[in-house]
Design a protein around this ligand. Structure first.
Ligand code: BES
Ligand code: ZN
Ligand code: ZN
Length: 453
C-alpha cells in the first residue's frame, strides 16, 4: 500500500495539477527528477482518468531508473476530494505490479508516497488499497504457470488468503462432487492427472440474507482436450482461470472492507486435458441439474463446469442472485477486443445494478442481446442442450447455455476472454500479462447490493 508522505527521502517528485488548457501530459518541472503531471480539466476528471495519469507518471519514472518517488497531490485533493487520492494511488500501484518472475535475479522494488491532504483521505485510501491488493492477488494467480497452480494449489492459495480475513472456506474434492451429481464438472475435471476441486468461499457481512453467488471459471490449463487447440492458441492456456481469480479478489476485498453484504464465491477448478478416458465430441453427459448435454466440442469446457457450479450455487448455497464470470469465448475478443468485456442477463434490475457498478469501477463492459432465436442455436437432437452453437454467435450462445442452469434467479454472465490478459497494456495501469479484470466491478456490484437493503 502507498503510505502518506511524511518527509521521507525521495528521488522523484511527481506533481499532479489540473488545468482546463492541457489534456493529460507530463512535463519536466524544477530539477532533473521533478515532473508535472497535467491531469486535464478538474470538471471533466474521473477516477479512471486519474488512475491512468498516475500510472503513466510512475511508469515514466521507472523507465528513467527512479526507485523512490512522491506523488504530490496537494493541489488536487482540496478540489477533488479523497477519491482522487485513492485513484492516483491505485493507478500507480497497479502500473508497478508485474508478473512475478521465476528468474534468479529479483527485481528492485520501487517505493512511492502520497503527499497532500483532505477530509476522509485515510479511510478512502485504505478501502481502495484493499481493492488494489485484491486486483494484484488476482493478477498473480492468473500469471502463475499451470504447472505451478493445479486445482489443488488454487484451492490452497485461495483458502489461505480467505481464512486470514475470516472468510469461511470449503473445498470439495472429486468424491464429494460425485456425491452431489456434478457430472458436467467431473467430466471435464477427470481429463487430467491433477484432480478437480470445487472451491467455496463464504463471506458473511450482511446478517442472514441469502447470498449473492459469484461463480468464476477456474480452468488452470485449457489445452482444448481432444479438440486440441492450435499451438499458437495454447500459450495463453494458463490464464483460463481469470474468472476464478476475479471472484476470489472481489470477495477478499469485500471482507477486508467489512462491506455489509453476504457473498459466496463458487469456483469450479479443473484442467482441460487429454487422457485415455477423457470426454470426446459426440458424448452425451449429465449434470447436477438433471439436464443432459451433448458435447459438440471439448474446448467448450468452461460452460460445462460453470453449469454445474451455478446449480451448486442455487441448491447448496441458496443463491439469491447469480453472477458468472469467465474467459469463455474467443468470439468476444473478435467483437470487443482487449479493452471491453461482454455481458448478458435475464434481469433488468440486476443489469441496471451492474451498469452502475462498472460506471463506478471504470472498467468497460457492453451488453449483448438474449433473443429467443439464440436459444435455439444450443438445442440438441439427442440431449437437453448442446455445448456448441449450430449457428455462430459464440459469446451469446455460451452465455445462454449457462443461463439455462440459472433457473429463476436474477443472473448476469460476464465474458472476460478479451480483457483478462494483455500481451501489451491497453490502459496505462496495466502491465504485460494478467489484468485483474472484474475484481473492481464485482466488488462495486456487491457493495451496491449492500446499500440496497
Ligand atoms: N478458454 C477458451 C476461450 C478463450 C479464448 C479464452 C481466447 C481466452 C482467449 C474457451 O474454453 C474456448 O476454448 N472456447 C471456444 C469455444 C468453441 C469451441 C465453441 C472458442 O471460443 O473458440
Ligand atoms: Zn476451451
Ligand atoms: Zn477455456
Amino acid at each position: 500500500m502507498i503510505q502518506r508522505y511524511q518527509g521521507q527521502q525521495a528521488q522523484w517528485r511527481l506533481s499532479f495539477v489540473s488545468d482546463s488548457e492541457k489534456a493529460m501530459t507530463l512535463t519536466p518541472g524544477d530539477g532533473p527528477c521533478a515532473w508535472t503531471v497535467h491531469v486535464g480539466d478538474s470538471k471533466a476528471l474521473t477516477p479512471e482518468g486519474l488512475r491512468r495519469a498516475a500510472a503513466k507518471a510512475v511508469k515514466t519514472m521507472k523507465d528513467l531508473g527512479g526507485k523512490t518517488g512522491v506523488l504530490d497531490a496537494a493541489a488536487l485533493l482540496p478540489i477533488l476530494g479523497p477519491a482522487a487520492g485513492a485513484a492516483l494511488a491505485q493507478g500507480a500501484e497497479l502500473a508497478l505490479h508485474e508478473a512475478p518472475t521465476f528468474a534468479a535475479a529479483p527485481r528492485e522494488p520501487i517505493t512511492l508516497w502520497l503527499d497532500g491532504d483532505c477530509a476522509g483521505l485515510d479511510q478512502t485510501l485504505q478501502e481502495t488499497a484493499a481493492v488494489t491488493r485484491s486486483i494484484c492477488l488476482a493478477r498473480d494467480l492468473v500469471n502463475c504457470p499451470a504447472n505451478k497452480l493445479t486445482p489443488a494449489d488454487m484451492a490452497a492459495e485461495m483458502t489461505r488468503e480467505a481464512e486470514a480475513l475470516g472468510i469461511e472456506c470449503q473445498v470439495l474434492d472429486e468424491n464429494e462432487a460425485r456425491a452431489l451429481g456434478m457430472e458436467a464438472f467431473l467430466t471435464v475435471g477427470s481429463s487430467a492427472l491433477h484432480p478437480p476441486r470445487l472451491i467455496v468461499l463464504r463471506y458473511r457481512g450482511g446478517g442472514d440474507a441469502d447470498p449473492i453467488c459469484l461463480v468464476g471459471k477456474g480452468v488452470t490449463c485449457d489445452t482444448g482436450g481432444y479438440c486440441l487447440k492450435a499451438a499458437s492458441s495454447m500459450k495463453g492456456i494458463k490464464g483460463d482461470m481469470a474468472g476464478a481469480a476475479a471472484v476470489f479478489g472481489a470477495v477478499l476485498a469485500l471482507a477486508a472492507n467489512h462491506v455489509p453484504v453476504n457473498v459466496t464465491a463458487v469456483i469450479p477448478s479443473v484442467e482441460n486435458r487429454i487422457s485415455p478416458d477423457s470426454y470426446i465430441p459426440g458424448d452425451v453427459i449429465g449434470s447436477m441439474s438433471g439436464k443432459t448435454i451433448e458435447v459438440g466440442n471439448t474446448d467448450a469446457e468452461g460452460r460445462l463446469i460453470l453449469a454445474d457450479a451455478v446449480t451448486y450455487a442455487i441448491r447448496q448455497e441458496h443463491a439469491a442472485k447469480l453472477v458468472d464470470i469467465a474467459t469463455l469465448t474467443g468470439a468476444v475478443v473478435g467483437m470487443f477486443g482487449f479493452t471491453t468485456a461482454g455481458y448478458l442477463s435475464n434481469d433488468e434490475a440486476f443489469s441496471d445494478a451492474f451498469r452502475a457498478a462498472y460506471g463506478r469501477s471504470g472498467e468497460q463492459y457492453w451488453p449483448l442481446p438474449t433473443f429467443p432465436e439464440y436459444r435455439k442455436m444450443i438445442e440438441s437432437p439427442l440431449a437437453d442442450l448442446s455445448n456448441t452453437s449450430s449457428d455462430g454467435c459464440g459469446t451469446i450462445t455460451a452465455g445462454l447455455f449457462i443461463g439455462a442452469f440459472a433457473e429463476d434467479k436474477p443472473w448476469i454472465h460476464i465474458d472476460i476472454a478479451g480483457t483478462a490478459w494483455v500481451d501489451s497494456p491497453r490502459f496505462e495501469y496495466q502491465t504485460k500479462g494478467a489484468t485483474g479484470a472484474g475484481v473492481t466491478t464485482l466488488y462495486e456490484l456487491c457493495k451496491g447490493c449492500a446499500q440496497e437493503v
